[in-house]
Design a protein around this ligand. Structure first.
Ligand code: ZN
Ligand code: ZN
Length: 341
């Protein structure tokens, strides 16, 4: 069981998973534990989405019975960074620590090992997002879950040694620092100006030089002050605080823009490692909210002393240049998907 330590003064925390414990459960990576046929190498499926005669069924593994022919599969991670079982490890400041308590689930996004988020079908992306909505709702109904974080690590430069496309879902018993600070800034801005800062940014960026792609309900653009080369964001055009609040129609639209922009990024940057992060408001009662969105950071740059030491970033690619390249490629992708090439 891991430990969560907090800095002496700064608002940041670090998790030390019990690497020795998890190493024993770590499947041999000579086979892919996420591929169909290798389900025994992971804990039982909490949800396996199976499509039978066009109908989606949510099944789960039971004793000795593994659901086959799944299209999306979710289970508890066998190398969790946090866990439910723990021996108490509370210590006081300045050396504050607490048990790293929570759920770490893995959502395998496709049965095909060589598929990626940039080439799966829009329907498959929809299935992934629908299962994700269910998971987030369920996790928020559990005790001691104050925040559900959702992210994709793709490629070994971005934190995973498993190639098979998957999403990590990790809960925390408090709101993580970046989310807290985003919610606080947004809250303050709304109080002072009466408007959501993201709604203003969206209306500024729509159809502008940093837009990559817009669909009926979503817009993708490279932020005005992009920190990393080719980073981009996807926002719902209409003010909304979290993924679980959007309709089926919006899910389809989100699947379309995700698939097209990731497909475009893959073309422009030749299949880079990347992190894709869902920035969702906390869903617990009375928590501060902000306009939810997705952030995508391709890994083509190592941080230097300036960034690590001073929080000052140097980016050699203007967001307008990045958006022009990503936009051209994303428009080709969407044209292919809707059959107008
Ligand atoms: Zn695989
Ligand atoms: Zn807004």
């Amino acid at each position: 069981m891991g430990e969560l330590r907090k800095d002496y003064v700064m608002d940041k925390f670090v998790i030390y998973p019990n690497l020795e414990e998890s190493k024993n459960d770590n499947p041999s990576l000579t086979i892919c534990p996420y591929c169909p046929g290798n389900e025994n190498n992971t804990p039982p499926a909490i949800v396996s989405l199976v499509i039978k005669s066009g109908i989606l069924q949510r099944l789960s593994d039971s004793e000795g019975n593994i659901v086959k022919d799944w299209s999306v599969r979710v289970f508890n991670s066998n190398t969790p960074i946090i866990a439910l079982n723990h021996s108490t490890l509370y210590t006081d400041k300045p050396l504050y620590s607490e048990p790293a308590y929570g759920y770490h689930q893995v959502l395998v996004a496709t049965p095909n090992h060589n598929d990626s988020f940039s080439n799966i079908s829009v329907e498959q992306w929809c299935n992934v997002l629908l299962v994700l909505q269910d998971r987030i709702r369920w996790l928020y109904s559990q005790k001691k879950v104050t925040y559900v974080s959702v992210y994709i690590n793709k490629g070994n430069k971005c934190g995973t040694n498993i190639d098979h496309s998957h999403i990590d879902i990790v809960t925390f018993s408090e709101v993580p620092p970046f989310i807290e600070s985003k919610a606080l800034s947004s809250h303050r801005y709304v109080n002072e100006n009466g408007n959501c800062p993201s709604c203003i940014a969206i209306s500024t960026e729509l159809d502008g030089p940093r837009q990559i792609l817009a669909t009926d309900h979503f817009v993708a653009f490279c932020p005005w002050a992009s920190i990393y080369p080719y980073e981009f964001v996807i926002y719902p055009k209409k003010h909304s605080t979290t993924l679980t609040k959007i309709s089926q129609k919006e899910i389809f639209d989100l699947a379309m823009i995700l698939r097209s922009t990731l497909g475009g990024m893959s073309r422009v940057l030749n299949n880079p490692s990347y992190n894709l992060i869902f920035q969702l408001s906390p869903e617990k009662k009375n928590s501060r909210q902000f306009h939810w969105h997705i952030e995508i950071f391709p890994h083509i740059y190592e941080l230097t002393g300036l960034e690590k030491g001073f929080g000052v970033f140097v980016n050699n690619i203007l967001p307008e240049t990045a958006a022009a390249k990503l936009g051209g490629a994303a428009r080709k992708e969407i044209a292919k998907l809707v059959g107008v090439e």
